[in-house]
Design a protein around this ligand. Structure first.
Ligand code: DGL
Length: 355
């Protein structure tokens, strides 16, 4: 009698183990790379939504706070670094990109989620969009409220990011950014509000889609080169060329521009007023910089629309490049990577029209 009872208990345990294994095998394997930000932030009280400290909570705590992750993926976590994202820099980007590419080359990794501060998500996303060598999903996620706040958005954003990174729908779409149930493309996404939950938008060109009821829905996709179509490869790089941004405004002067050039900038992004217009006070310094071999890209502070070549300046004569629709912070990233390949401005202009 005892033996029969023991046998049936062992059988039940065996069946349970088999069921758990079967479920795990049916779920995608998603690695979460944590970098800091508000999603890992803590505040003094449950109503502290400003004046909190970012980058305090580790990746395991983030995962433990969302047990539902286990229903949509087999999740592993790595703390690649722990920073507030206003401190993001080229060295962190190279470290992150190399780790992402190593993981995605493994057959036991189906997708990656990167938790990140929202201040520079749009830049990290575009950098990775240009250097990730895989069609597997890479999804960047953040939060606008710290983990200690009432209705913190981090947990649901992380849940959505993991299910998106494990989805077939996200394969081949390039690097994606998801917060607030919305899906944005890396090339165009930008932070549009300093503090609201719906801050990430793709103005005019629009979201790629939404996440609703634990399922991603896509309605369009990027038409520009990214990931496996990209010519850029950071595997052998341990630094990136210095490219700086000068901001256009009424009564502008060339002091900042001249300082960047004197400090050795290899490229300058000019975030001009309107359609990338150049103030007369800075044009001579831009011409001088070009003569020294600095590549000049005319972008716009406006944020939307095409910066027309030979529109507000004679780019052919000045040998300048135009940024197409890339805002200044995104144009800086593309120019940095372009300069790892060429200093030929005709080649670089072609790159701005392809990516
Ligand atoms: N310090 C900002 C950052 O790490 C907080 C903003 C956020 O993550 O939402 O980007």
């Amino acid at each position: 009698m005892l033996a029969r009872k023991l046998f049936s208990q062992i059988l039940i345990l065996f069946c349970l183990a088999a069921a758990i294994t079967a479920q795990a095998q049916s779920l995608p394997n998603v690695t979460i790379l944590a970098t800091g930000g508000t999603i890992a932030g803590t505040g003094a009280t449950s109503t502290t939504t400003v004046g909190y400290t970012a980058a305090k909570i580790g990746v395991e705590a983030l995962i433990d706070a969302v047990p539902e992750l286990k229903k949509v993926a087999n999740v592993k976590g790595e703390q690649v670094f722990q920073i507030a994202s206003e401190n993001m820099n080229n060295e962190y980007w190279l470290k992150l990109a190399k780790r992402v590419n190593t993981l995605l080359s493994q057959s036991d990794v189906d997708g990656i989620v990167i938790t990140h501060g929202t201040d520079t998500i749009e830049e990290t996303a575009y950098f990775l969009d240009l250097v990730v060598k895989s069609r597997k999903p890479v999804v960047i996620v953040g939060a606008m409220r710290p983990s200690t706040a009432i209705s913190a958005d981090g947990p649901i954003n992380l849940y959505n990011a993991v299910l998106l990174a494990g989805s077939k729908e996200a394969v081949g779409k390039g690097v994606l950014v998801t917060l607030n149930d919305q899906i944005n493309a890396a090339r165009e996404v930008t932070k549009t509000n300093t503090s609201t939950l719906d801050t990430f938008k793709t103005p005019e060109l629009g979201y790629l889609g939404y996440i609703q009821g634990s399922k991603p829905f896509f309605y369009r996709q990027s038409t520009r080169k990214h990931t496996v179509e990209s010519q850029f490869d950071v595997s052998g790089l341990d630094q990136l060329p210095q490219v700086d941004i000068v901001y256009g405004y009424a009564n502008m002067n060339p002091i900042a521009l001249n300082a960047f050039v004197a400090a050795g900038a290899k490229g300058i992004i000019h975030a001009g007023v309107g359609d990338g217009s150049l103030n007369n006070t800075v044009l001579p310094s831009l011409v001088e910089a070009r003569k020294k071999g600095v590549v000049i890209v005319r972008s716009s502070r406006v944020g939307q629309g095409i910066v027309a070549r030979n529109g507000e300046a004679d780019d052919d004569k000045l040998d300048f490049v135009v940024s197409d629709t890339l805002n200044a912070q995104k144009a800086r990233i593309l120019l940095m990577l372009a300069l790892t390949k060429t200093t030929d401005t005709k080649e670089i202009q072609k790159i701005f029209w392809e990516y």
